[in-house]
Write a protein that binds this ligand. Structure first.
Ligand code: G16
Ligand code: MG
Length: 220
């Protein structure tokens, strides 16, 4: 039976992806090149340091480790400037209603995010007390698609991986859930999130009943 729901933060609960993109773009521009929204897709769910490596390679730049640290710190400062304006209005459509149903059904909940700013974001949108456990970038050593972030969430909630459903908008995040032996609901496009057990455009298009039917489905 399904006992716990594990939620990615960025792109599932709140739309911070735009701010990550704007901050990375500002950094790329300061180095003399540009990144597109399309390029940004591959950065979703990827840690700060790995994202930086991907962007520098894209710009054809090789920089020292010290310089990398300075660039990552600068990006985060710009990102924090942008998210400091965020309010509960940034909560994605359907999230609040979905949570009412989740609480009524007495399911356990956790955040599984590789972001080191996850707690700050949850504070800003007023959802910090809505989760039984918060696993973020400060608690893990391996980013998605490694399943560590979700396995730690299951452990903190005292449930088995096969009793968990993960909600993810990133290809790397869906892969992490499946590698962890969990059910995965993709938030986005079926053509992109091909490994997910079910894909919906947003939580506004999903009922808890549909989630429960996932565990009854026979899989090869
Ligand atoms: C999020 C974003 C990524 C970001 C990462 C690290 O992951 O999707 O774009 O690079 O966090 O964030 P920070 O620089 O704040 O530590 P998730 O797992 O919430 O989708
Ligand atoms: Mg995400």
């Amino acid at each position: 039976p399904i006992k716990a729901l594990l939620f990615d933060l960025d792109g599932v609960i709140v739309d911070t992806a735009i701010y990550h993109y704007q901050a990375w773009r500002r950094m790329a521009n300061s180095l003399g090149f540009d990144i597109t929204e399309e390029f940004n897709e591959q950065l979703k769910g990827i840690s700060r340091t790995e994202s930086l490596e991907i962007i520098l390679a894209h710009g054809g730049l090789t920089v020292s480790e010290d310089h990398k640290l300075a660039l990552a710190t600068q990006k985060n400062e710009w990102y924090l400037e942008l998210v400091s304006q965020m309010t509960p209005a940034a909560i994605l459509p359907g999230v609040t209603d979905f949570f009412v149903a989740v609480k009524t059904a007495h399911l356990k909940t956790a955040i599984g995010s590789v972001s080191k700013n996850a707690r700050l974001i949850l504070e800003r949108i007023g959802m910090i007390d809505d989760f039984d456990s918060i696993i973020d970038g400060t608690k893990i050593s391996r980013g998605k698609p490694d399943p560590e972030v979700f396995l730690k969430g299951a452990a903190e909630l005292h449930v088995r991986p096969d009793e968990c459903v993960v909600f993810e908008d990133a290809v790397a995040g869906v892969e992490a859930a499946k590698r962890g032996g969990m059910l995965a609901v993709g938030i986005g496009l079926p053509s992109v999130l091909t490994q997910a057990d079910l894909v919906v455009p947003s939580l506004a298009k999903l009922t808890l009943e549909e989630v429960f039917t996932l565990s009854a489905v026979e899989r090869p």
